[in-house]
Design a protein around this ligand. Structure first.
Ligand code: ATP
Ligand code: MG
Length: 356
């Protein structure tokens, strides 16, 4: 029996509702499959923990998490606490501490889910966006001079390193190679940003030589937004910087129907450290406690986690169950329905139990 150790961190807001839902679905898969065992430990870290203990996570938190095979994360963020404290104190600390430099965001229109792109049918939009997750525009370099004066200046420096760009590029090429269409779009803004973005273009060309089977093309980020809306069928795998992919993947989530279905993985591809799996959405305090959060992004991210743990059959079974439920018309309010988190969870558990 294969055994996988999972650290669950529900954290804030609807994170505390969707992670238990995700764990119920994972348990159902474990029972249905009978060939792997999940050991789950839940950590109480987050904004409430901060209020009680003065810290978002324990000092030895990373040390303790290191022993796990994967981290299943809910959402972090609190209306009464600054992001600098909550986000940096927990989620980004894990991302950086475990060198999770590849952020992977699959996008598909699930059956029964309506996309704002009216002419695009389920199956026609099938993308993977690979986001550089460790440097670039979010490196935090810069500063301010002459605060409050007329001559005030603020700088925000993007950092692109050869090591950083090469490793994300290689990872994106590998993903492209593993998919039927083997197509990769390298997104930059190298016509206007003439240093870092030109380095991206150069490294893309270098890495492409090692992947002659992958069809690669370049696109500017502004043109890419147009292409995503007008020609979604022509996109397969996309690689972009921290900032560009952040924006493009929010657009992708909206085009797929709702933030409530969009999953993501923060990967350390070399597996020196655990990777972290989470829904794209935040803690959504406007609906917290109402029992109506859409758990599908969390289920899908659970499927990504199972894939990463070497359980592709269970991951497949989970996605088929999710698709059966979305196709049946059962939907939470964000998708125009009236179902509750528990209704969706029970329906997916049932679909797993009755799957062949
Ligand atoms: P953050 O700063 O953490 O990204 P945010 O306030 O920008 O938080 P989200 O928490 O992602 O954004 O929520 C944006 C909107 O989408 C909210 O109105 C929220 O209710 C809705 N939403 C997000 N996730 C879900 C979900 N799983 N189910 C239903 N609605 C959701
Ligand atoms: Mg947000």
């Amino acid at each position: 029996m294969r055994e996988h150790k999972i650290a669950a961190i529900p954290a804030d807001g609807i994170g505390k509702e969707i992670i238990p839902a995700g764990l119920a679905v994972l348990r159902a898969l474990e029972q249905r499959s009978q060939d792997f065992k999940l050991t789950v430990e839940t950590f109480p870290w987050g904004s409430d923990y901060y209020r009680a203990h003065g810290r978002m996570m324990d000092e030895d938190g990373l040390e303790r998490l290191k022993k796990f095979d994967a981290i299943y994360f809910g959402a972090v963020g609190d209306p009464d606490l600054p992001d600098d404290l909550t986000l940096w104190g927990l989620r980004l600390r894990i991302c950086q501490g475990f060198d999770q430099y590849a952020n992977v965001r699959p996008t598909r229109i699930l059956p029964g889910v309506e996309s704002p792109l009216r002419d695009v049918k389920t199956g026609e939009l099938d993308w993977v966006i690979v986001r550089e997750n460790s440097e670039g525009e979010y490196a935090g370099h810069g500063g301010r001079a002459h605060r409050g004066h007329a001559e005030e200046v603020a700088t925000e420096t993007s950092i692109f390193t050869r090591v950083g760009v090469t490793r994300i590029m290689r990872y994106a090429f590998q993903i492209a190679r593993s998919r039927p269409r083997k197509h990769l779009t390298v997104v930059t803004k190298s016509n206007a940003q003439r240093h870092g973005m030109v380095l991206w273009d150069e490294i893309a060309a270098e890495v492409a030589r090692d992947f002659p089977d992958v069809k690669v093309e370049k696109e500017l980020v502004d043109a890419m937004t147009v292409r995503m809306v007008k020609y979604p069928q022509k996109i397969d795998v996309v690689v972009a910087t921290n900032l560009h992919a952040d924006i493009l993947s929010d657009l992708a989530g909206a085009l797929a129907g709702s933030l409530g279905v969009a999953p993501t993985a923060n990967l350390n591809p070399e597996r020196n450290f655990p990777s972290m799996f989470e829904p794209i959405h935040g803690s959504a305090f406007d609906i917290t406690g109402k029992g109506i959060a859409n758990p599908i992004a969390t289920f899908w991210t659970g499927a990504m986690m199972l894939d990463h743990l070497g359980e592709p059959a269970a991951a497949e079974r989970l996605m088929r169950a999710v698709e059966r439920v979305t196709a049946s018309g059962l939907r939470t309010p964000d998708l125009g329905g009236t179902a509750r988190t528990d209704d969706i969870t029970n329906a997916v558990v049932e679909a797993i139990r009755s799957s062949n």
